[in-house]
Design a protein around this ligand. Structure first.
Ligand SMILES: *[C@@H]1O[C@H](CO)[C@@H](O)[C@H](O)[C@H]1NC(C)=O
Ligand SMILES: *[C@@H]1O[C@H](CO)[C@@H](O)[C@H](O)[C@H]1NC(C)=O
Ligand SMILES: *[C@@H]1O[C@H](CO)[C@@H](O)[C@H](O)[C@H]1NC(C)=O
Length: 366
């Protein structure tokens, strides 16, 4: 397994200390005037404290107890559900998770302003993390995803990958299929932490799977959604990216995200009222940050299939029960990248029955 040698691990951790300082925010962000901020200062301070805890907790395995804990467990996948309605597919996910409990964790960020019925099923019960209200077209969706990452970092040092999904997402393959592909993936170039031609340890070569697009006709309008110069100097237009809201991050990138204050200071500024049609901060923050900090450590494509054909008001096509078939699943898996798609969205909640019907014979049979 990847943590087989305590010596390698501890020398690695020592070597990574300078990097921690390098990545640490260099200046404290100035306080945004209250009128500018959609996220209130108390909420912001609470998040900041939570993210600091996650950063500290991630440094903890340096200690002997942490190291033992880390070596005792195989790498896991953290499934992070960002939801603002009931998890209609809880039963489908349970079937997907079944028998692999030691290789995964579930975390749920449920919008507290919506009265949700919490799924009482095995994997979801009690997996709720401290949540705050989320609104479309505001930076609250970024905060919610960062809270999920922080909670998963703190909860289990064995979490190696962090997959963000929504209530309308479904898995397209078996758990084994995804786990094998992710854990074996070593697409990132040898880490600068490893010397010469010796490739770094596997977990440093794990890639994050997130779409990163640098040329898009609508990018400039999205960039100036907070005002023409609002993103400067931290985010010049040349560095501004668009990509998938749903992603799978490697652990070192999850840490990078919860540690960031420099870019967040800009992305938390609400869009101008006149620009609300171009306001999708969560589609820009993660691809921009990761592309600035570790461009070669990311796949640049997503593992989550979305159908944008005939999209209305920024919403992709939603599949209805009559559309569900084995052929649809095979169709949705097809991608032009190294890996076929792992997840797909959006599915209406009443697709549960037809999906359960083909889950064992088709979806999870590989
Ligand atoms: C933008 O604002 C207008 C007026 O407040 C509203 O009707 C519209 O739905 C908003 N569009 C988006 C994408 O939020
Ligand atoms: C994508 O959505 C459109 C309807 O908007 C539908 O006709 C098409 O079959 C869908 N494509 C796939 C691969 O499901
Ligand atoms: C793959 O590439 C082809 C050719 O560029 C394109 O028509 C097709 O839509 C792509 N498929 C997916 C799933 O992105």
């Amino acid at each position: 397994m990847q943590f087989s040698s305590p010596f390698i691990l501890s020398s690695l951790l020592l070597l990574s200390l300078p990097l921690i300082f390098l990545l640490a925010p260099r200046n404290t962000p100035p306080k945004a005037p209250p009128s500018l901020s959609a996220i209130g200062d108390p909420d912001e301070a609470e998040d900041l404290a939570f993210f600091r805890r996650a950063t500290l907790a991630s440094a903890e395995p340096v200690g002997r107890a942490g190291l033992r804990r880390r070596r005792a467990s195989p790498p896991k996948i953290a499934f992070m559900f960002l939801i603002n309605s009931d998890i209609g597919f809880a039963q489908l996910w349970e079937r997907f998770f079944q028998g692999h409990e030691r290789l995964l964790n579930v975390y749920v960020h449920a919008d507290p302003s919506v009265d949700l019925v919490l799924p009482p099923t095995k994997s979801f019960k009690g997996r709720f993390i401290p949540a705050k209200a989320t609104h479309r077209g505001s930076p609250t969706l970024i905060s919610a995803a960062r809270r999920l990452l922080a909670a998963a970092l703190i909860d289990d040092p064995a979490n190696a990958f962090f997959a963000l999904v929504s209530q309308s997402c479904i898995p397209l393959h078996s758990f084994e299929y995804m786990y094998r592909a992710l854990i074996a993936d070593s697409g990132a170039p040898p880490s600068p932490l490893s010397s010469g031609s010796v490739p770094g340890p596997l977990h440093l070569r794990h890639r994050s799977f997130i779409e990163i697009i640098s040329h898009d006709p609508g990018l400039w309008t999205r960039y100036i959604a907070r005002g023409e110069d609002a993103m400067l100097p931290e985010v010049p237009f040349e560095s501004f990216r668009v990509g998938s809201q749903f992603f799978v991050l490697a652990r070192r990138h999850a840490l990078l995200v919860v540690r960031d204050r420099r870019l967040w200071k800009k992305f938390r500024i609400p869009c101008l009222k006149t620009m609300n049609e171009s306001c999708y901060p969560e589609e820009h923050y993660f691809p921009t940050l990761l592309d600035m900090q570790d461009p070669y450590g990311c796949s640049r494509y997503t593992l989550t299939r979305v159908n944008w054909t005939n999209s209305v008001d920024g919403h992709p096509h939603t599949y209805w029960p009559a559309e569900i078939s084995g052929d649809l699943i095979y169709q949705l898996r097809k991608s032009n990248s190294t890996y076929s798609y792992f997840f797909a969205r959006k599915f209406s909640p009443d697709c549960l029955e037809p999906l359960l019907h083909i889950s064992n014979s088709i979806m999870f049979s590989d």
